[in-house]
Ligand binder design. Sequence first.
Ligand code: FES
Ligand code: FES
Length: 179
Amino acid sequence: MTLPVCFSLNVNDAVESVEASPETPLLYILRNDLALNGPKYGCGLGECGACAVLVDGRAVRSCTIPLRAVGTRRVTTLEGLGTPEHLHPVQAAFIDEAAAQCGYCLNGMIIATAALLNRNADPDEEAIREALRHHLCRCGTHMEILAAARRAVAYAKAERTHRSTPDDISPDAAKEVSP
Ligand code: FES
Ligand code: FES
């Protein structure tokens, strides 16, 4: 049995101290120790994407990354993406598109879309589909999720060009990046 070790984690721009076995999945620490319930437990096997978080801006499945592998890298969960006053463009897009049924998969869909925008400011349809391809939705909401991702691209573009809030954007803006 591995004895618990004290770790300092950088989560949502705060330093968090936790004591746990080095092999503990990051997901367990986020949900059970830090009460960050944005990331969901789906398969626990790295297959569904429900548990995704950003690690240094890249999407990572937190159910398969052990605590010891996180180190000082910056972890961002759904809670740390935006604020209620200023939603992240991807969060705003998913809300405006009402892209959910049960919502269980949405954490992963939003994190994957945010990670895509981090590495590609202007992704085309193929890049969007590729980014979301390995995220499962048992409710079959894929069309709405894709629409939300397209809208997120439009919102992020607008934010970059100083049209300050997603509220400024017409629903037609998202269609500009549709196939
Ligand atoms: S719960 Fe992590 S990928 Fe399914
Ligand atoms: S909305 Fe239910 S799993 Fe995707």
